[in-house]
Design a protein around this ligand. Sequence first.
Ligand SMILES: Nc1nc2c(c(=O)[nH]1)N[C@H]1C(S)=C(S)[C@@H](COP(=O)(O)OP(=O)(O)OC[C@H]3O[C@@H](n4cnc5c(=O)[nH]c(N)nc54)[C@H](O)[C@@H]3O)O[C@H]1N2
Ligand SMILES: Nc1nc2c(c(=O)[nH]1)N[C@H]1C(S)=C(S)[C@@H](COP(=O)(O)OP(=O)(O)OC[C@H]3O[C@@H](n4cnc5c(=O)[nH]c(N)nc54)[C@H](O)[C@@H]3O)O[C@H]1N2
Ligand code: SF4
Ligand SMILES: [Mo]
Length: 694
Amino acid sequence: MTVAIGIAPEFTPARAPADSRRVLGACPHDCPDTCSLVTTVEDGVAVKVQGNPDHRPTDGVLCAKVSRYTERTYHPERLLQPLRRVGPKGSGRFEPASWDEALDAIARRLGAIAARDPQAILPYSYCGTMGLVQGEGMAARFFHRLGASLLERTICASAGAAGLTHTLGGKVGMRVEFFAESKLIILWGSNSITSNLHFWRLAQEAKRQGARLVCIDPRRTETAEKCHEHLQILPGTDAALAFALMHELVVHDWLDHDYLARYTAGWEALRERALRWSPERAAQVCGIPAPQIRELAQAYGTTRPAAIRLNYGMQRVRGGGNAARAVACLPALTGAWRHRAGGVLLSSSGWYPVDRAALQRPDLLAGRTPRTINMSTIGDDLLRPASPAFGPAVEAVVVYNSNPLAVAPESAKVAAGFAREDLFTVVLEQFQTDTADHADWILPATTQLEHWDLHTAYGHTDVLLNRPAIAPVGGARPNSQIFRELAVRLGFDEPCFQESDEQLCRQAFGDRIDWDQLLARGYASLQVPEAPFAQGRFPTASGRCEFFSAELARRGLDGLPDHLPNYEPAGASARHPLAMISPPARNFLNSTFVNLRSLRAIEREPVLEIHPGDAQPRGIASGQVVRVFNDRGSYRCKAEVTERARPGVVVGLGIWWRKMGLDGTNVNQLTSQRLTDLGNGPVFYDCAVDVQAQ
Ligand SMILES: Nc1nc2c(c(=O)[nH]1)N[C@H]1C(S)=C(S)[C@@H](COP(=O)(O)OP(=O)(O)OC[C@H]3O[C@@H](n4cnc5c(=O)[nH]c(N)nc54)[C@H](O)[C@@H]3O)O[C@H]1N2
Ligand SMILES: Nc1nc2c(c(=O)[nH]1)N[C@H]1C(S)=C(S)[C@@H](COP(=O)(O)OP(=O)(O)OC[C@H]3O[C@@H](n4cnc5c(=O)[nH]c(N)nc54)[C@H](O)[C@@H]3O)O[C@H]1N2
Ligand code: SF4
Ligand SMILES: [Mo]
């Protein structure tokens, strides 16, 4: 499906005068809200970052984190010049160097490795910035031209994305603004107040109009507390719940038979599977009362319009892809899609017609097909020797927009990999993170206030332009500039390596976007239909909502969604009877912002939430140091005995820098490198542990 891009009809002219020192930008962080920023600049200094009141999804409001963006940009620990390692690997000891020294040395080393086999070089990046230019723009061109290993960027959302794509046809769904008109909103695996604040504002609006809010989450989050109903489900059991809801929809005939007949594929088979999931059976699996499931089914089956805000919290388990599939099926059973305020939304990113080939230039591979390495198994892959199946051992890693030491699973292995003396590691960073500590060279990168970028979103459907508000701080340079200069030194003379960031911004959508409008207003809206699937027209191969996916069946997989139990379910192991989840802390964004004093003052220190019923037999009291452990490792932090955690499930809010932890570790010391059923994603929330008082 292609969509045109224009100015939202509801657009009102910016209030700031044309000559103001207020610069329009976009929040770069990995958050569904992608806010429009207004930065006030005085004498070349950014003094304030605020939410743009003219941008509807932002509505003039930013979260606590980005409201403090100037504290981050002018942080006394900002990296301001290139640094060369002087101590042993991982010691964090560096000396300053000039840009020429750094870039010459890096180009020499990468060139020498590439001359043997460029696949021994691995880029490692994720969403420190979501920008199309400072993300996989110039960097992708550089690594494609080099012929480096490709990186499969799975660490966050790939299971859910695959689930959605095999059901709805892409990362598409309801338009977020219409949740405000829904009468029933299910917040499924989503702590919106923490990680999708602007959605929560819409849910509140709906609540004021009489909507019922239901939260499905193993943790009693600040969001769950404010909903009418909370299903405190066991991690990794969402598909079972979805099937029980289907069971009840069938049994009570709360079905839209016309919608099912016209716009879905595989209904008979799905129906049969759903009928095996009585609420009683699901209640056993999910660890919640059967009447609660029946009530939710009745509400979902009889309320119009009903909407589901699915988030990524529920897909970080073995069966995450199937669970996302099962939930994504629900609105087609009731015909909820017929109304603009009905349906499901996990991600809207698939609506954007981004010209990735123009930005990333895979043609620069010139017929080469490098191997692909999954970023979620970086621990094992850095330690893997050369072999015919794997290819060459990884000899060099170039990290940008990511902090794998803190965020990747099974971090003892990740740390061991990055500690290899023979590994050449370059880290482009704003701060000396755990990963930067392991670098041979650290290159100081600009923040969002200092560079150009263009942003899509995954929680709304606008395109945002980020203009630099201030000059780069100290000697920092944009990622794009760093890759451009490395390209020159490696003799890459294709004209695309000369292109400016502004040119890259323009290439992202070609002539499908009005550049002048973006420059003037900072954003433009995609024209996505109000009720995109009211008459089917799903972007699947069949054009239908695919309960049964012929494509999955062709790959030898189950064509229907199913409930796949966790690898490490709560209570299954006598040695490690507790399930641990590690969702985001409200005042950090993944491992970003952990080093901001004002925000750390709120989060205080790493804690493990544990239910009184699990704490008491272990002799654990609040404030006490505990050891959390399994066969992969051990991690010490303070316990917080609280009913926010459900029985059998402990919660380690993330993601702290390792070096701020008691033993220089964080929760990922315990998580595993196993992968999800679909999408090869990580299983952060599928992790059995036990806890001991210290
Ligand atoms: N403040 C803040 N905002 C963030 C982030 C952050 O770190 N901090 N991270 C950003 C990123 S990278 C992402 S991907 C997005 C979305 O990030 P998500 O990880 O989807 O975050 P949440 O929406 O908080 O959803 C997580 C919720 O799912 C719950 N959960 C865990 N396991 C299960 C399960 O098996 N089933 C169900 N039903 N629920 C489960 C957790 O307890 C948690 O409350 O948020 C972004 N926004
Ligand atoms: N246990 C556990 N682990 C998790 C999760 C969880 O819920 N539990 N969540 C997972 C999820 S959803 C995600 S998305 C990943 C997140 O993993 P990452 O994408 O690695 O996210 P961050 O930890 O925020 O690290 C981003 C880094 O990029 C840097 N950065 C920001 N902007 C720029 C820039 O313009 N240039 C350069 N060079 N650097 C920049 C920041 O300073 C920061 O250190 O973590 C995953 N890990
Ligand atoms: S992190 Fe999310 S809520 Fe906060 S400013 Fe950025 S986009 Fe908005
Ligand atoms: Mo994420």
